[in-house]
Design a binder for this molecule. Sequence first.
Ligand SMILES: Cc1cc2nc3c(=O)[nH]c(=O)nc-3n(C[C@H](O)[C@H](O)[C@H](O)COP(=O)(O)OP(=O)(O)OC[C@H]3O[C@@H](n4cnc5c(N)ncnc54)[C@H](O)[C@@H]3O)c2cc1C
Length: 397
Amino acid sequence: MDQLLNQEERDFAQHMRAFYRTEIPEEIRYRVAVGEELSKDDIVTTQRILNKYGYAVPNWPVEWGGQDWTPVQRHIWLEEMQLACVPQPLAFNASMVGPVIATFGSQEIKERFLPATANLDIWWSQGFSEPNAGSDLASLKTSAVRKGDVYVVNGQKTWTTLGQYGDWIFMLVRTDPSVKKQAGISFLLIDMKTPGVTVRPIELIDGSVEVNEVFFENVEVPVENLVGEENKGWTYAKFLLGNERTGIARIGMSKVNLARAKAYAAMTRTSRGTLLDDPLFSARLTKLEAQLTALEFTQLRILSTQVAGNDKPDPRSSVLKLHGSQLQQDITELLVDVLGPQGLDFIDNAATGDGFSDLPPASVDAIRDYFNYRKVTIYGGSSEVQRGIISKAILGL
Ligand SMILES: Cc1cc2nc3c(=O)[nH]c(=O)nc-3n(C[C@H](O)[C@H](O)[C@H](O)COP(=O)(O)OP(=O)(O)OC[C@H]3O[C@@H](n4cnc5c(N)ncnc54)[C@H](O)[C@@H]3O)c2cc1C
């Protein structure tokens, strides 16, 4: 991408590249590079270092710890972070609830939550989806009934990512069941230690716990925990989902994985030389490289036309989500095909390094990633839903 940047931007990229490699502990970056599960501590430690230098929430208003950067600088910040295998700031804090509070919250709620959210002193969970409200999110039923100074919340959320670590949860709740479904929703912040909140883990096929169910039984929530206006939650949710989809393309991470596949292919002997000399393989690799470059250009194009301070959801983020998630899956599939049976276990690439990052010899559990990445075309709005948005909001069909 360097050739697309002006001198100032190239210097900025160089600065971020050096920063990530010197300030973020190498053992954490190593765990990202090999696809190992990160601990809560890894994520908190990284975010606090980033926050100390003003690099945790550059997308927020400057007065709350953001940076007055151009869209291209923000792109570089994220891309270099992914290329250096640095865990990204917790999305629930940095790109979801933080921007919602900063844009729609009262001064009091901003002061109360934003500094702790940027520094990951509060770990946020996202309480949107319910057993019968995923793609059709506006059908959510969890109710919040106002009684004096509190809302009494009853219902269930599901697929709550890393809810086992959550201190607080930002929720969409139904505050008015008598109006059109989108019109009766509010955005409420709930302390997960409040009596009546129960988190139940959903064990995945590999035995890990990444998602949870969260139950609410007569949970009393102070009315001052409402963000913005009552029954305007749908507007805030659309704003939040637009932000979630922009960051979800993970182009830098896909570059790392593609480079890794290439390095392994170069080591794999065939009757003609290495796998890289195989015309069918190299055509597949080239196609993925071209698609990734095209996606990066699309992201830059979108960024360059985004107006600072614009709080309207940008439907073009659906294009990034759709193609970015598909590419992440295609690239992990390529990795599995290159590694063959070796991908069933951790393999050692000590002989080659990974050909891309500066990390010490790494291994990669390709099959684990392959299965785990099935999720990326579902969360943040499934591919079918993104196509629906693109057809309506962009193509005008
Ligand atoms: C790993 C993971 C983590 C998640 N983390 C969170 C979280 O932290 N917080 C949270 O609130 N939610 C989370 N989710 C939930 C996620 O947002 C939903 O799974 C997603 O919105 C899909 O909803 P659903 O699972 O109810 O599927 P459904 O909506 O029931 O969809 C089932 C199928 O029907 C298709 N479909 C549905 N509607 C349409 C339509 N209109 N047109 C065409 N096809 C359609 C879908 O594409 C899908 O293939 C997570 C999900 C996953 C997989």
